[in-house]
Write a protein that binds this ligand. Sequence first.
Ligand code: URA
Length: 243
Amino acid sequence: TGVEGCAAAPIGPSYREKDEKPKATVSGKIKFDTVHVLPQTPQLIALLTIIRDKNTQRGDFIFYSNRIIRLLVEEGLNHLPVKEHEVTTPLGRTYAGVRFEGKICGVSIMRAGESMEQGLRDCCRSVRIGKILIQRDEETAQPKLFYHKLPNDIADRWVLLLDPMNATGGSASMAVQVLKEKGVAEERILFLNLIASPEGIEHFASKYPKLRVITAFIDEGLDEKNYIVPGLGDFGDRHFGTL
Ligand code: URA
């Protein structure tokens, strides 16, 4: 597969002796150019450790997952085009910088994806947000589209598709089909998630070779109920308190 297993790597600043440094499980290497795993920094691993802990209460779960969501959004924004932009500083000097080019929009896959909307708004004030509701059909076990509401001009926008857990990739894949039917080019879609399974990553990278995936961690795999392992349980239930 294109995903290598998770390795235990030393975590922490390099000035500490190797044998003094804590070791942690970090996300494995990835072979797909379109899949971007956040840098496995001590901060990120500590945040993930908190939200994976079954004893973490809802308030902390929301607070710390929001910090990771913020990192994902910032990384997602790094993939948008910029153009040169010069400004004058209060000292009368010029600074040759850049500014964002293009319009964006968030699309959350209900219900868990809605938990990522605030993190997107924190970075992009008054960003437009569309919604897609996909649920598994009990009879066929296949994902089924129930509802979508998207900005009319979505085909002209860069889309940040939001779903915290990319397990099989099934619902997100259906969401991508909806976006493509609305005229959104695959290369303009950035799929953001906190934790992905190798299966979900494979599914996306092979089916949509131009779509970018940005994730904080690629876990070991899926259990028999398609939960990500080691995972963090049901993200929506932990975020919305519906356990
Ligand atoms: N959705 C979740 O919330 N958790 C998983 O492990 C898989 C899908």
